[in-house]
Structures are given as C-alpha cells and as structure tokens.
Design a protein around this ligand. Structure first.
Ligand code: A3P
Length: 286
C-alpha cells in the first residue's frame, strides 16, 4: 500500500500521536496548567533516546535499588498520556512526592515553576540521530495499529530528517535542551556516554537528585540497569503488558544504524541534522 506517517496532532509546535486524546485542546490545557513541585523529576527526551533507561535508573535511586516488576509507565507515568483514557497509568497530579514523570516535551513547552517551591528538576537524555531514527522506526512500526504509520525504513528516515516524525525536529529538540545544560535544575546526558560508563552516570544522577548513595548501592543499581540487567525484568517494559505488543527495550547498542542506513542516507543525516550542531559544542559518538 501507500506509505503513511503516524496520525498526529500539533501541540505547542510538536507533532504528537493523535490517539493520545480526541481533543488536542484538552491536552494543551493540561500541560500549560500543570503545577510543578520542587521535588518533581521529569525524565525528558526526544522519543527513543533511552527514556526508559533513565526512568528505571531514577526510580531505583528513589527506591533503594529495588527491582520492581510493575510496568515502567505505572511507576514513572508519561505526561503526554495523562488524559488518554486508554493509557491506564496512575494519575500524575496525585502521585506521592517525589513525582517521577516521563515526557518528550521541548524546553519551551515543558511545565516550569515560578518560584523556589515550584522549580523542579529535568534529566534530559539525547542519542545520536542515526541510532535514534532506527530505534524510532522499529518502535513506530511495532505500534503501527495505534499510530496509523505504514512506513518503509526509507520513508521513515525521510520523515525523521524533515522533522515530521513524532515530537517533530530532532535537532531543535536536542539543541533546545542543550542550551540549558548548565542550568542548576537540568542534567543533560548522552546515551553513548551511559553505554561507556554506566556507574559514573548513575552516581552523577544520584548527586543531581541530592540522593547520595553508598558505593554498594550505586554498583547494584548500575548492574541492574545495564541492558541485560533490565532484560531480566523484561515484563516491566512491555508497552501494553503483553509479550506480542510493542517493547520498550529492543537491542540497546550504539551503531545499529549501520545495519540500516545507505551511504546516501548517512550523508543526508550528516548534512541536514548533525551539521546543525556545529559550533554548539554538542557532539555524538556514532
Ligand atoms: P534500540 O531500539 O536501539 O534498542 P526509549 O526508552 O526512549 O523509548 O528508548 C528506547 C531505546 O533505548 C531502545 O533502543 C532500547 O533498547 C534502549 N534501551 C533501553 N534500556 C537500555 C539499557 N539499559 N541499555 C541500553 N539501551 C537501552
């Protein structure tokens, strides 16, 4: 048949899946009226950059290294799905503090505080755009029924470069957050760095959250949060709780893009996405 992009609606300059709500204004209202608290922690990313990974690390930091088999979205719910009746996740507003929340919102769109009592923390994870695009393609095609996407890899890669994939332009998203990397309440992380040295990043995250942990606990959490460690609790990362539904963990490596990209596609990503990072100081290992 004909290739189709995912059915989306636009909220605050971002294309998000249309099935999240029947009425984009309701979601818009929910987001702009969201009241942050000083101990809220938002786990933020462009989709498929490693959000689930950070959600799990942050959750374990706050729960003494416990491995919990509840679905990750029941433990760290997704802001954009807050009013989706089909999402079946806890009500974010009434979560006990500290509330741990996942979102893909841009810096401009994310709920912010207005004073000391309402200024919260944001942990942003970014990933090289080639692996990010492959992971996105694999995930969206596994979700094809709910997103309306019907895409070849070629079509999907083209949407990604054009900024027409879900949550819009990769480069604007990442650079919007990168500009705030030195803000006291923002921690900017890269997927490739976590792959290289998870332990020091778990320590960095725990210090950022003012939750210093013993070396024993830091070691345990970083072992439990490697890809293989998390696969031991794979049920937590089944999106619909079923084995035949979409999975949040797939391969978990750096460089899988080499199995998908043609030389032309790779050059296009270099010219149209990676070139946008020139002069910003942001670089990715590929
Ligand atoms: P792949 O599709 O390349 O395997 P998100 O959570 O933002 O949806 O991102 C999902 C991506 O992060 C998937 O990438 C997934 O496998 C990867 N991922 C999740 N947990 C990981 C871990 N512990 N180590 C490495 N990669 C992980």
């Amino acid at each position: 048949g004909e290739w189709r992009s995912a059915k989306t609606m636009e909220i605050m300059g971002l294309r998000i899946p249309a099935y999240f709500t029947d009425d984009p204004r309701l979601l818009y209202d929910y987001i702009v009226n969201f009241k942050t608290k000083s101990d809220d922690v938002f786990v933020v990313s462009y989709p498929k950059a490693g959000t689930t990974w950070i959600q799990e690390i942050v959750w374990q930091i706050y729960h003494n290294g416990e491995v919990n088999s509840k679905r990750i979205e029941d433990r760290v719910p997704f802001l954009e799905e807050a009013i989706n009746p089909k999402a079946s996740q806890p009500d974010i507003a009434s979560l006990p503090s500290p509330r741990l929340i996942k979102t893909h919102l841009s810096y401009e769109a994310i709920p912010k505080g207005v004073n000391e009592e309402t200024t919260c923390k944001y942990i942003y994870i970014a990933r090289n755009p080639k692996d990010n695009a492959v992971s996105n393609y694999k995930f969206l095609t596994s979700l094809a029924k709910s997103t309306g996407l019907n895409a070849s890899w070629e079509f999907s890669a083209d949407l990604f470069v054009q900024g027409k994939s879900t949550w819009s332009h990769w480069d604007k998203h990442v650079l919007g957050w990168w500009k705030h990397k030195d803000d006291a309440n923002v921690l900017f992380l890269k997927y490739e760095d976590l792959k290289k040295d998870l332990l020091s990043h778990v320590r960095m995250i725990s210090q950022f959250l003012n939750k210093p942990l013993s070396d024993e606990l830091l070691n345990r959490i970083s072992e439990q949060c490697t890809f293989n460690g998390m696969m031991k609790n794979a049920k937590s990362y089944l999106l619909r709780g079923t084995e035949d539904g979409p999975k949040l963990l797939r391969k978990g490596v750096v460089g899988d893009w080499k199995n998908y990209f043609t030389p032309e596609q790779s050059e296009r990503f270099d010219k149209e996405l990676l070139a946008k990072l020139d002069g910003t100081g942001l670089e990715f290992e590929m």
